[in-house]
Design a protein around this ligand. Structure first.
Ligand code: HEM
Length: 424
């Protein structure tokens, strides 16, 4: 039975629209009444600018609540975010996208997309398998091709006086990098944007529609696995097909789930980080001019841009009823783990709400904390640095063509999805 057949067959059992304590999950509708008691990470105000909301919550209600999505919590202090991230005994990663549907406990211990949906002890082996492909040395080998591709993208745009840096530049860089690693045809890139949108942004859709979107991703992955079985090659897909965990080959669903994770985690995140960084530089000529004059500052600047515009928020499920951080949590409640809010906590960072482009000490949490800390961080940093280096070299002067035309993604990965820049 192929991954595709199994996904279709098991779909109903894989996701549940009821919490274990019987509350039915309704789609989130209507504007937020009070962010402390009714937060909604799909709200337009949150997508446009979550920072003021998070700063306000940190002051007056550091662990906010919502009844939406069947119930959930939102800590905004660094120390609370860190405490949850390090506590996999009380907070499970079985479902990491806060939506109407929690994946079923039957999927444990791997979860749908290992290792990000795996809890200990399974998590350790599932993560370890992937480490060799993402070491600093392995990623350094990909830098020349990434640089050449960034130039190729800008060459393709000719002498345009306006470029949508999100659509025509940022999104393509991680798409190409991860599809090369997985051994997918480069021309499939545009399909990936659809997969990413349905997994990460289609979170308020009815279950059947949501499963259609995820099913299309598994259908694609299944075809890639079949092709690699017929024609094995030196890439991450063939590696996963041959890999063993505890002396046994990986289940086909594990292979596909990990491939799906790499595709989604690899694209939306870095696309968002490149876009948010260019958006910042377009609006802050002082920082832009300094980086053009001092390119050696880029690695430091990249860390600060990641801190200030951390794109990724993850979710956890509360395992059992408990009192935590002064609030009464129920088993199967969501907890939204906002690394972006942690990164702007003034108790942790001086001048937390400013971009200090040469900030020297910067222990930010953009790549997460604890056992699930980002496995692709070397790749992400390389792509972000190279994308900015090439852009600044080719287009040292640019500004926002129309600030109102900029749009931001909704949900747990935040970055510009339209970013028209005026060149020169
Ligand atoms: C700027 C870009 C990126 C950011 C900000 C980012 C952020 C994160 C964060 C916050 C986590 C922790 C998840 C959790 O605690 O549940 C994570 C995990 C992960 N990331 Fe990234 N990521 C980025 C790029 C990438 C790339 C390019 C890849 C690889 C293609 C990748 C692969 C992964 C994987 C596999 C995990 C799961 C690790 C585990 O569960 O042990 N990420 N990422």
């Amino acid at each position: 039975m192929t991954v595709d057949d199994r996904f279709a067959g098991d779909a109903d059992e894989r996701f549940t629209d009821r919490t274990s304590h019987g509350r039915r999950n309704e789609p989130t509708i209507g504007p937020v009444t009070d962010w402390a008691t009714d937060f909604d990470h799909l709200d337009d105000a949150w997508a446009a600018d979550p920072y003021e909301i998070q700063d306000d919550l940190r002051q007056r209600c550091p662990v906010a609540h919502t009844d939406r999505f069947g119930g959930g919590w939102l800590p905004t202090r660094y120390e609370d975010v860190a405490a949850v991230a390090y506590d996999s005994d009380r907070f499970s990663s079985r479902s990491v996208v806060m939506s109407n549907f929690r994946s079923d406990v039957a999927l444990a211990p791997a979860g749908g997309t290992p290792p990000i949906t795996s809890d200990p002890p399974f998590h350790h082996g599932a993560r370890k398998l992937l480490l060799p492909a993402f070491t600093r040395t392995a990623i350094a080998a990909l830098e020349p091709a990434t640089r050449a591709y960034c130039h190729e993208l800008l060459d393709g745009l000719g002498g345009s006086s306006e470029i949508d840096a999100a659509v025509d530049y940022a999104q393509h860089i991680p798409m190409r990098a991860i599809s090369d690693m997985l051994g997918f045809p480069p021309e499939d890139g545009p399909e990936f944007a659809g997969f990413v949108a349905s997994v990460l942004e289609g979170i308020n859709l009815p279950l059947t529609e949501r499963l259609e979107g995820i099913g299309a991703l598994f259908h694609y992955l299944s075809a890639q696995i079949d092709d690699h079985l017929a024609h094995p090659r030196e890439d991450l897909t063939s590696y996963l097909i041959d890999a063993e965990l505890d002396g046994e080959k990986l289940d086909a669903f594990h292979v596909a789930g990990t491939m799906g994770l790499l595709l989604v985690a690899g694209i939306d995140t870095t696309w968002s980080a490149i876009g948010a960084s260019l958006w910042h530089l377009a609006g802050h000529p002082g920082d832009r001019e300094r980086l053009v004059a001092e390119p050696a500052l880029l690695p430091t600047a990249v860390e600060e841009l990641l801190r200030a515009y951390a794109p990724v928020t993850m979710a956890r499920l509360v395992r059992e009823d408990m009192t935590w951080g002064g609030v009464e949590m129920k088993g199967e409640d969501w907890l939204l783990l906002s690394f972006p809010a942690a990164n702007r906590d003034p108790a942790q960072f001086e001048r937390a709400d400013e971009v200090v482009i040469d900030r020297e000490v910067n222990r930010h949490a953009a790549f997460g904390l604890g056992i699930h800390r980002c496995l692709g961080s070397h790749l992400a940093r390389m792509e972000l640095r190279v994308a900015l280096e090439v852009w600044l070299e080719r287009h040292p002067t640019f500004s926002l063509a129309d600030p109102d035309a900029v749009t931001w993604s909704h949900g747990q990965v935040r970055g510009p999805r339209r970013l028209p820049l005026k060149i020169g």
